[in-house]
Design a protein around this ligand. Structure first.
Ligand SMILES: N[C@@H](CCC(=O)N[C@@H](CS)C(=O)NCC(=O)O)C(=O)O
Length: 88
């Protein structure tokens, strides 16, 4: 089982940024689709991961979760060959 879970929704541009970086890094992960238009972001189970009910969010194997796409990008890029000091 993958150590990283991405809570994703295909039409979401914020989720797309994270999806793209995971792919770029070749980072193994599993994806859980949260259909925000069907209200799945408001399910109590998802609100425990991201209290805003929005996508994206990631969850690590130890249960810790992180929301906000730009924060997730910085977290994932840390220690990678990406030029972190060129963040905008
Ligand atoms: N600042 C957040 C914005 C996230 C956001 O607005 N996500 C939208 C999809 S792009 C969403 O989940 N909307 C559902 C809602 O507002 O309940 C980020 O960058 O992650």
């Amino acid at each position: 089982m993958s150590s990283l879970t991405l809570f994703d929704y295909l039409p979401s541009r914020n989720a797309w940024k994270v999806r793209l970086l995971l792919h770029h890094l070749g980072r193994e992960h599993r994806t859980v689709t949260v259909d925000i238009f069907k209200g799945e972001g408001r399910h109590p189970e998802y609100l425990r991961i991201n209290p805003t009910g929005k996508v994206p969010a990631i969850q690590l194997a130890d249960g810790r979760a992180l929301a906000e796409s730009n924060a997730i990008l910085v977290y994932l890029a840390e220690g990678s060959p990406l030029p972190a000091d060129q963040r905008v």
